[in-house]
Design a protein around this ligand. Structure first.
Ligand SMILES: O=C(O)CCCC[C@@H]1SC[C@@H]2NC(=O)N[C@@H]21
Length: 188
């Protein structure tokens, strides 16, 4: 293999990786726009995409997608659930939902790592454990930060956890079903 072939293969691989990351951020942005504007924490479909990214892309690529997404928001692009009406930028990320946003990166990484670490077990089982633990990681980050705004205790759970449990369970189940269907199809 000559130098030119190696260089063009590296370039093709890099282009593919960048495309995957950009498509991931577009999906995440779209999922932020399917939103019910609760205050201070909106209901959205972001967790479906975050967990799906973790399952399908693994820990490194999925967390890179989320970090790129956060960077887009930091630059002022309206990629978040509350933008508009709020303005994206550092102040938005430092706001009430900032913990969930950072938690998205941790959840994607955790779900991706767990689903890979359980390789060899049934896809449905691996994915279920991964989305469950990934969601816990995301909620820990989200609630810890949100508590700084609404206070800790019952008020925090009413604002940041209880209204979302059923919806997030449904979204996590969809991510598991998609992952399982994909793997079962590949196994045929
Ligand atoms: O401002 C953002 O873009 C992030 C919104 C975070 C919403 C959280 S994620 C977990 C929980 N489930 C939801 O549907 N909404 C909250």
């Amino acid at each position: 293999m000559n130098l030119e072939t190696t260089q063009s293969q590296t370039l093709a691989k890099l282009t593919q990786e960048i495309s995957i990351i950009l498509v991931g951020t577009i999906l995440l942005t779209l999922s932020a726009k399917i939103v019910v504007p609760f205050y201070p924490v909106p209901m959205s479909t972001q967790t479906l995409v975050v967990l799906g990214l973790g399952l399908f892309l693994g820990p490194v690529r999925s967390s890179l997608v989320v970090v790129t997404y956060l960077f887009e928001g930091l630059l002022g692009l309206p990629v978040f659930a509350g933008t508009p009406p709020a303005l994206a930028g550092p102040a938005y990320i430092a706001g009430p939902t900032g913990g969930y946003l950072v938690g998205f990166a941790l959840a994607a990484a955790a779900a991706g790592w767990i689903v890979q670490a359980l390789q060899g077990l049934r896809p449905a089982f691996r994915a279920s454990v991964a989305v469950f633990l990934g969601s816990i990681v995301m909620y820990c980050a989200g609630l810890l930060w949100l508590g700084g705004f609404v206070g800790y205790g019952e008020k925090l759970l009413n604002a940041g956890l209880y209204p979302f449990l059923l919806g997030d369970l449904t979204k996590a189940t969809i991510a598991v079903v998609l992952y399982t269907a994909y793997h079962n199809r590949r196994a045929v």
